[in-house]
Write a protein that binds this ligand. Structure first.
Ligand code: FMN
Length: 205
């Protein structure tokens, strides 16, 4: 089994990395493989709503984007993490998530997911909610912890002083590992339900 984390910070060894690693350490100690995709700081364009991804791949997919797609679709669990910029998801991460999730067409369905927002002071829960929107609309099983996954720090490494956040993240790691093990053990006896036929009305017709 494997959990893939997406780091949306342009600082590869910054606070977001430390928060991710806190979760992944627990997951690895449960015998689950992990990988981090370093997305923040790259030059990633946004979605242009062309609908060309209806065949499963974004029209702008280059080699790196195809590799990220494959890595995430092969993963059993996905962890989205980013710093808070202007009380929201940083632009590069948003561009990445819009394109990766819009093309995914149900391929993340019932995978285990979780999100983390990292910040200096304010906008944490709003960003955490934004990240969770990608997981929930993809029918992913969102792992819980005993608080929302928001961790504080400004300069790289400061997040390691937020003791409560570290405990929240360690607990999240445990719960992700538990859900993954539960899925592994029941895979053969309990196939997932077929999705209900969707009524798509755009509110007016
Ligand atoms: C452009 C920009 C916008 C930011 N906006 C916010 C914000 O709205 N709220 C906040 O608490 N921190 C904000 N910060 C601070 C970062 O979220 C904080 O330093 C975080 O720890 C950075 O994580 P990193 O080390 O993983 O990059 C902002 C930082 C930058 C560069």
């Amino acid at each position: 089994m494997k959990v893939v984390a997406v780091n949306g910070s342009p600082r590869p060894m910054g606070n977001t990395f430390q928060a991710i690693q806190t979760v992944l350490n627990v997951i690895e100690s449960a015998g689950i493989e992990t990988e981090i995709l370093q997305i923040g700081g790259l030059d990633i364009r946004g979605c242009i709503a062309c609908g060309g991804c209806s065949d499963g791949m974004c029209v702008f997919a280059d080699e790196a984007f195809c590799t990220w797609t494959h890595t995430l679709e092969e993963a059993d669990g996905i962890l989205l993490a980013c710093p808070v910029y202007y009380a929201g998801i940083p632009g590069t991460m948003k561009a990445f998530l819009d394109r990766i999730f819009y093309q995914s067409g149900g391929r993340f369905r019932l995978k285990v997911g979780a999100s983390i927002a990292v910040l200096r002071r304010s906008g944490g829960v709003a960003t955490f909610d934004q990240l969770n929107h990608y997981l929930l609309i993809s029918e992913m099983i969102v792992a819980p912890s005993f608080y929302w996954n928001v961790a504080h720090g400004r300069q790289p490494g400061e997040v390691l002083e937020d003791q409560e956040a570290l405990s929240v993240l360690q607990n999240l790691g445990q719960n992700m590992a538990y859900l993954l093990e539960m899925q592994r053990r029941t895979r053969d006896e309990l196939p997932p339900p077929e999705p209900v036929a969707r009524a798509w009305t755009n509110f007016i017709r």
